[in-house]
Design a protein around this ligand. Structure first.
Ligand SMILES: Nc1ncnc2c1ncn2[C@@H]1O[C@H](COP(=O)(O)OP(=O)(O)OP(=O)(O)O)[C@@H](O)[C@H]1O
Ligand SMILES: [Mg+2]
Length: 153
C-alpha cells in the first residue's frame, strides 16, 4: 500500500508522522529517505510523539543511534549518513534493533540497502521548489503483506 501526503509546514509533517507513529507495531522498521535537510528528523519527532515518547528527540547524526524508552514501544532512531561499511553497523549490533521488540527509524537508509529488512516501511520525503519553500511530498510505502502469497520458497 502506498500513501502520499503533501505538507507546507513542519507542523503538518509532524502531524502526519504522529499519525503513522500511533499505528506502528512491534518490530517495525521505517526507512527514511530523502535529501539533506528535507525533513527526516522532523518526521521522526512527530512519529515519536505518536508512539508516546515524552523525551525530546534530537537528531542522531553524530551518535548514529539514539534510543527512547518512554513510549508505548522502544524507539531506535538511527542516522546512518556517516556509515561507510556494513561492518560499522555490525559493531552497533543493528540486528538486535531491527529484529527486536521496538520500532526502528533509519534516516539515510539507502546508505545500507542490503541491511534494511524487506518488511521495512519506506518513507520518502522530497521538495518541489515550484510549490514553495515549505512544500514536502511524503510517500509512505508499506510492503505487500504475504497473506495471499502462494509461492513456496
Ligand atoms: N513541510 C515541512 N516538513 C518538514 N520540514 C520542513 C517543512 N518545511 C520546512 N521544513 C524545514 O526543513 C528542515 C528539515 O530538517 P530535518 O533536520 O528534519 O531534515 P533531515 O532530512 O533530517 O536532514 P539530515 O539529512 O541533515 O538529517 C527543518 O529546518 C524544517 O523546519
Ligand atoms: Mg536528520
Amino acid at each position: 500500500m502506498t500513501e502520499v501526503f503533501e505538507t507546507f509546514t513542519p507542523e503538518e509533517t509532524l502531524e502526519i508522522a504522529e499519525r503513522i507513529g500511533r499505528k506502528a507495531g512491534r518490530g517495525a522498521v521505517y526507512a527514511l529517505l530523502g535529501d539533506l535537510g528535507v525533513g527526516k528528523t522532523v518526521f521522526s519527532k512527530g512519529f515519536a510523539k505518536g508512539l508516546g515518547v515524552t523525551e525530546t528527540v534530537v537528531s542522531p547524526t553524530f551518535t548514529i543511534l539514539r534510543e527512547y524508552r518512554s513510549g508505548r514501544l522502544p524507539m531506535y532512531h538511527f542516522d546512518v549518513y556517516r556509515i561507510e561499511e556494513p561492518e560499522e553497523m555490525n559493531e552497533i549490533g543493528f540486528r538486535e534493533y531491527f529484529y527486536g521488540d521496538g520500532v526502528s527509524l533509519v534516516e539515510w537508509a539507502d546508505q545500507i540497502p542490503e541491511l534494511i529488512p524487506r518488511s521495512a516501511v519506506r518513507i520518502t520525503i522530497s521538495k518541489d521548489p515550484s510549490k514553495g519553500f515549505g512544500y514536502r511530498k511524503i510517500t509512505a510505502e508499506w510492503p505487500e503483506t504475504e497473506e495471499h502469497d502462494d509461492s513456496c520458497d
